[in-house]
Design a protein around this ligand. Structure first.
Ligand code: 2AM
Ligand code: CA
Length: 270
């Protein structure tokens, strides 16, 4: 495994330790609302610090894009870490056990390593570019199911910006009667890891941030799946509006969603 992937794993595990230490005392945590419906707690910040400490101790010259501290580190490099210390904060704060740590590394705009850790279940999803994807050291692949009728999809509902709510509901209405089921877990990083592991056949969501998706995108790619942006000419990482699945299912999903993509408004998330 690449040294960079090992550092990503070590960093994610340190973040997971911080989260687990606080999981039984969520009612005592200091919580702020960054924007309406968008929360941050001292656990998000503590986990992010722990992750950054690991990365900076080894790679002090790399750039950082992290959910809570934003852009940091060196600016004159195209080696960048993309970090969500706690994906699924709302779940975490309610004691709902669906959340994850997401750590990715990108070189010259190409994702090289991606790690999603579910600290409660002890599930570690790891991808290195060109080397495949693993769940706790076992190789994972996207599901082979190509019949939409049998497919179980993941999604996320809009929660902060409702500018594209109508487009989202049109997509939902189009897919719901055609698939076996749609699940909404509340952690996009875990949803994407589950697509990589074949637990979900596909995924779609609007308005995601790069830290929610970077590690998951590489996991899906290395597990034999694909992700496409729902915005023409913008990558899935940058657009934040995306659809994933195995290649056959993805093309069907994309065709079904296409009529509603034209209506997507607002800037893609940065
Ligand atoms: P976060 O917990 O890191 O902010 C997809 O729904 C993503 O939206 C989640 O991965 C989650 O990432 C983010 N999110 C933020 N606030 C949310 C909320 N109130 N409900 C659902 N998701 C939320
Ligand atoms: Ca987060």
């Amino acid at each position: 495994m690449q040294p960079i992937t090992n550092i990503a794993i070590r960093a994610a595990r340190r973040g997971g330790e911080v989260i687990l230490r606080q999981v039984d005392r969520v009612e005592h945590l200091r919580v702020q609302e960054k924007a309406r419906h968008d929360f941050v707690s001292e656990v998000d910040r503590g986990a992010e610090q722990a992750i950054l400490e690991v990365i900076r101790s080894v790679y002090p010259d790399h750039a950082i894009l992290a959910e809570e501290s934003g852009r940091g580190g060196a600016t004159e490099t195209d080696l960048r870490w993309i970090i969500d210390p706690l994906d699924g904060t709302t779940n975490f704060l309610h004691g709902l056990p669906i959340f994850a740590v997401s750590v990715a590394f990108e070189a010259r705009g190409v994702l090289e390593a991606g790690v999603v850790l579910d600290p409660l279940r002890g599930e570690l999803f790891v991808a290195s570019r060109g080397e495949g994807a693993l769940l706790n050291d076992r190789r994972i692949r996207v599901a082979k199911r190509t019949n939409l009728d049998e497919a179980l999809l993941g999604t996320g509902f809009p929660f902060r910006d409702f500018g594209n709510l109508d487009a989202y509901l049109d997509m939902f209405r189009t897919l719901l009667p055609r698939v076996s089921g749609i699940r909404r877990g509340g952690s996009a990083a875990l949803d994407l890891a589950y697509v990589a592991a074949g637990r979900l056949d596909g995924f779609f969501e609007l308005g995601l941030n790069p830290w929610d998706t970077a590690a998951g995108l590489l996991l899906i790619q290395e597990a034999g799946g694909l992700t496409e942006s729902l915005r023409e000419g913008v990558s899935p990482l940058l657009s934040g509006d995306l659809v994933s699945g195995n290649p056959k299912l993805l093309s069907e999903l994309r065709d079904l969603l296409a009529p509603w993509c034209r209506a997507l408004s607002g800037p893609p998330v940065d």
